[in-house]
Design a protein around this ligand. Structure first.
Ligand SMILES: Cc1cc2nc3c(=O)[nH]c(=O)nc-3n(C[C@H](O)[C@H](O)[C@H](O)COP(=O)(O)OP(=O)(O)OC[C@H]3O[C@@H](n4cnc5c(N)ncnc54)[C@H](O)[C@@H]3O)c2cc1C
Length: 306
């Protein structure tokens, strides 16, 4: 194992690649402008569910691969991963079970609703778990470093992995990336039987977690990271109407930018100006957690082949 690998980015993509590469025996270091807790990844509801990412055939393949790993992780509570019953419904249209869900014991409850069991990553626990696992495998982590170009990574590293999410717009000048803004409201812990998602407008979800509940959400093209109070009120109102509960106390409101890439997730081998291999792994849109393990395995295979 001769090469040293630098990963740019400490969100779910960078950390998962870090774990996979370090555990495969590579000397691996993560460099990131923001630590995990301040990334888009920390804002996510983080249900396993293919959403707002392209192209569908590859997305489903990576998602199915990741599902297996999450299901295994859910056996250990310390990971922050659990299996949860997810009810997906439409307010107006028929909602058939997607073909990819057939293997997951998905069942129709009515013409407009189906339920299935999926992994949920509680980001307040899971990102720490990934980071600790990466460090335990010998990985090194440096935050507060913003690169202008991938070539700025020290020549001590002979492979660079780009896991910069929406930051890739600037880092590699990718005009294909669109910020799909999502606002969520964290409310007091609720005793819900499972997670609830409605995909038609207005987008609505309620996800019970270990210490709180995530109410969402929004999906609009915007760079604005400031929480909007009117949107907060609309999210709480829609969730409470669906759940038939009184508004719970709000803990905090957070905004993240889903890194949606019009031409699809960028996962492949490139070369930097100085000739070093550059492996891209960004543009996962609303599915960064859902695709994380499948994409990280592909990154490992690319690193082996390069
Ligand atoms: C409201 C909301 C709900 C979501 N719900 C789900 C869900 O239920 N399921 C799901 O699978 N996904 C969900 N997502 C999507 C998911 O959050 C993203 O796909 C995922 O977080 C992207 O992870 P990432 O690691 O690629 O990028 P990020 O988490 O954005 O991390 C990028 C990292 O790169 C660093 N970086 C960027 N540019 C540079 C640079 N030039 N130099 C150095 N470092 C740099 C950043 O500092 C950061 O550390 C949701 C997103 C939002 C906003």
């Amino acid at each position: 194992m001769d090469h040293r690998i630098a990963i740019i980015g400490a969100g779910v993509s960078g950390l998962t690649c870090g774990v996979v590469l370090a555990e495969a025996g590579y000397e691996t270091a993560i460099f990131a402008a923001e630590p995990a807790a301040e990334t888009t990844s920390a804002v996510a509801a983080a249900l396993w569910f293919p959403y707002d990412a392209e192209p569908l055939d590859k997305v489903i393949a990576w998602a199915l691969q990741s599902y297996e790993v999450f299901a295994e992780l859910s056996r250990n509570a310390a990971t922050g991963v659990s299996m949860i019953e997810l009810r997906t419904f439409s307010r107006c249209d028929e909602l058939p079970i997607p073909s990819w869900a057939a293997g997951f014991n998905a069942r129709s409850m009515s013409k407009t609703e189906f339920v299935m069991t999926v992994p949920l990553s509680d980001t307040s626990i899971y990102l720490d778990y990934l980071q600790k696992r990466f460090l335990a495998a010998g990985g090194k982590m440096t935050t507060g470093v913003r690169f202008e170009r991938p070539d700025d990574v020290s020549l001590a590293f002979d492979v660079v992995v780009n896991c910069t999410g929406i930051g890739a717009r600037r880092l590699v000048d990718d005009p294909d990336l669109e910020p799909h803004r999502g606002q969520v409201v964290l409310v007091k812990k609720l005793d819900l039987p499972g997670a609830v998602v409605c995909d038609d407008a207005p987008l609505m979800y309620a996800i019970p977690r270990a210490n709180d509940c995530v109410f969402g959400g929004t999906n609009e093209q915007s760079d604005d990271l400031a929480p909007d109070p009117a949107t907060t009120a609309a999210i709480v109102s829609e969730c409470c109407a669906t759940l038939k509960i009184a508004p719970p106390p709000i803990i905090t409101v957070r905004v993240g930018l889903r890194p949606f890439r019009k031409s699809g997730v960028r996962l492949g081998l490139d070369r930097m100006a100085d000739g070093r291999p550059l492996i891209h792994n960004y543009g996962h849109g609303g599915s960064g957690f859902t695709l994380s393990w499948g994409c990280a395995e592909t990154v490992l295979n690319l690193a082996r082949k390069r």
